[in-house]
Write a protein that binds this ligand. Structure first.
Ligand code: S3P
Length: 455
C-alpha cells in the first residue's frame, strides 16, 4: 500500500497533560559530529531520532565513525580521532537537512578528502554559497550547481588555513561550518557575528575539551575563536528537549482556551527562547518551572495555560535570531490574537526548508486571516477569534509549515489539512501522537489510506 501523507486537524477541546518533546535537533547533529571526531566512546542520551539527525549519523559512518543505538536508547559513537576522517565512498544524501549539509561541508573542508552532497527537492534549492565562500578562504574547493546549490562536491584542504570571518548573515550554521573546519587548521580561526546566534557548537566543543573563546567587540559584535589541532575527548551527552519542537504544543495550548500543558525537560538556552519571550509579551500564560543545568545546557519544564487573552505585539528585530525557526508557529498565535502583530527582519525565512514567509502568508490568507507581507516582513491582523480554516494547505516539504497549520486546525472553525505531513518526521517523530495525547484531533483525512509516518 502506498503511504499517504496528508493529515487533517479538527477543532478540539482544551489541551491538557504532560509530554516530553524529542531531543534538540541542533544539539543532536553536533553530538554525533563531534563524537565522530573525538578519540574514544561518546555516549548520547535523548538523541533526536528524526530523519535529519539519522542522515548526519549515516554520513559520519561513511566517514569512518562507528555509531550504534542500543536497546537502552543510548547512542554510542566511536570517533576517528584528529585528522582521521575517511573519504566517503558514495554521495552523501542529506535528505531535507540544511544543518547536516552545511556543518558537514565545514568538517570535510578542513580535511584532505572529497565528498559530494545532495538532498531532497527542498535542500537542492537552498543556498550553499554562504558556507562555500568562507570555506574556500580556508583552502577547500567546491563544484556545485549554479548558485552554489546541491549536488555539490567539496574537495577539502590539504593544509587548512585559519581565517577571521565576519558573518554576512546571522547564521549558526555558517559560524559552525567555519569553526568545524578550523579544528584542523593550525592557529586561531575567528568568526565575528553581529547578531548572536545559537551557540551549541561552542558549548559542545568545550564539552569535548576544546577551548573556545568568545569576546564582545567594541561595536557590540561577538568574536568566537577556536584554536585548531586540539585533542577532543569523548564524553557523555544528555540532549535536552527541543524548544523549537516544544513550540508547537506550546502555541496549541496558548491558543486553546482552558488548556494546561506541561512540556518537560525543554532546553531553554538564552539564544533559543525568543518565541517564549514573545508569547509572554502577547499575554500568554507561560512559565519555566524547575530551571536547571543538564549536560551543560539550561533546561526547564514549560507550563502553558490557555487564557484566551493573546494580543498583537511588535516583535523586536534583534530577537529574530533567537526564534528564527519559530516564526511560522508565532504567525499562527498572531492569527488568533486580538490586534496587530508586526514581524520584521525576516529575510532568512525566504531560504529555509521552504520560503516560509510566502508559505505562511499564502496558507493563513486561505484560512481567512488578514495580513500583509513584504520582502522581509509579515504583519498579521487578528480579531481575537480563531480564523475560519476549512482549507488544505500546501507545505513544500517543510516540516514546520505542516506542524504550524495542524496547530491552527486545533482552533479554526473548520478543519485544516496539510498536503504532505511526511517531512514532520525530519524533526519531530511522534508529533501526531503527542498532540493527540494532549487532546488534539489530528488524523489522516477520512476515506484515504492509513497515514504511515515511518515509511
Ligand atoms: C541551525 C541554525 C539555523 C536554524 C536551523 C538549525 C543550527 O539555521 O534555522 O534550523 O543547528 O545551527 P541558520 O544558520 O541558517 O540560521
Amino acid at each position: 500500500m502506498q503511504a499517504f501523507s496528508s493529515l487533517i486537524s479538527n477543532k478540539c477541546e482544551a489541551l491538557s497533560g504532560t509530554a516530553r518533546v524529542p531531543g534538540d535537533k541542533s544539539i543532536s547533529h553536533r553530538a554525533l559530529m563531534l563524537g565522530a571526531l573525538a578519540v574514544g566512546e561518546t555516549i548520547i542520551s535523548g538523541l533526536l531520532e528524526g530523519e535529519d539527525v539519522l542522515n548526519t549519523a549515516e554520513a559520519m559512518r561513511q566517514m569512518g565513525a562507528r555509531i550504534s543505538c542500543g536497546s537502552d536508547g543510548l547512542w554510542r559513537v566511536y570517533g576517528v580521532g584528529p585528522g582521521g576522517l575517511r573519504e566517503p565512498e558514495d554521495v552523501l544524501d542529506m535528505g531535507n537537512s540544511g544543518t547536516s549539509t552545511r556543518l558537514l561541508m565545514g568538517l570535510v573542508a578542513g580535511n584532505p578528502i572529497a565528498a559530494t552532497f545532495t538532498g531532497d527537492a527542498s535542500l537542492r534549492k537552498r543556498p550553499m554559497g554562504r558556507v562555500t565562500v568562507p570555506l574556500e578562504m580556508m583552502g577547500a574547493r567546491f563544484l556545485g550547481r549554479s548558485g552554489g546549490r546541491l549536488p555539490l562536491t567539496v574537495q577539502g584542504a590539504e593544509d587548512t588555513l585559519p581565517i577571521e570571518y565576519v558573518l554576512p548573515v546571522a547564521s549558526a550554521q555558517v559560524k559552525s561550518a567555519i569553526l568545524l573546519a578550523g579544528l584542523n587548521a593550525p592557529g586561531t580561526t575567528t568568526v565575528i557575528e553581529g547578531t548572536p546566534t545559537r551557540d551549541h557548537t561552542e558549548n559542545m566543543l568545550r564539552h569535548f575539551g576544546i577551548e573556545v573563546f568568545t569576546d564582545e567587540l567594541e561595536d557590540g559584535a561577538m568574536a568566537v575563536r577556536v584554536d585548531g589541532l586540539g585533542q577532543m575527548r569523548a564524553c557523555a551527552i544528555d540532549v535536552p528537549g527541543d524548544p523549537s519542537s516544544a513550540a508547537f504544543p506550546a502555541v496549541a495550548a496558548a491558543i486553546c482556551e482552558g488548556s494546561d500543558v506541561m512540556l518537560s525537560q525543554v532546553g531553554i538556552n538564552a539564544r533559543r527562547i525568543g518565541l517564549y519571550e514573545t508569547l509572554k509579551e502577547m499575554g500568554a500564560d507561560i512559565a519555566f518551572e524547575n530551571e536547571r543545568i543538564e549536560g551543560g545546557e539550561k533546561v526547564a519544564g514549560l507550563r502553558v495555560r490557555g487564557n484566551g487573552a493573546l494580543k498583537g505585539v511588535d516583535v523586536p528585530e534583534e530577537r529574530v535570531a533567537s526564534m528564527i525557526d519559530e516564526f511560522p508557529v508565532l504567525a499562527v498565535a498572531a492569527s488568533c490574537a486580538q490586534g496587530t502583530t508586526r514581524m520584521t527582519g525576516l529575510k532568512e525565512l525566504r531560504v529555509k526548508e521552504s520560503d516560509r514567509l510566502l508559505m505562511m502568508a499564502k496558507g493563513l490568507e486561505a484560512c481567512g486571516v488578514r495580513l500583509e507581507m513584504g520582502e522581509d516582513w509579515l504583519t498579521i491582523h487578528g480579531d481575537g477569534k480563531a480564523p475560519k480554516g476549512g482549507v488544505c494547505v500546501e507545505t513544500e516539504l517543510d516540516h514546520r509549515i505542516a506542524m504550524s497549520f495542524l496547530v491552527l486546525g486545533c482552533v479554526s472553525d473548520d478543519p485544516i489539512s496539510v498536503d504532505d505531513a511526511a517531512p514532520i518526521k525530519t524533526s519531530f517523530p511522534g508529533f501526531v501522537e503527542l498532540m493527540n495525547d494532549l487532546g488534539a484531533s489530528i488524523a489522516p483525512p477520512e476515506g484515504l489510506p492509513d497515514y504511515r509516518l515511518d515509511d
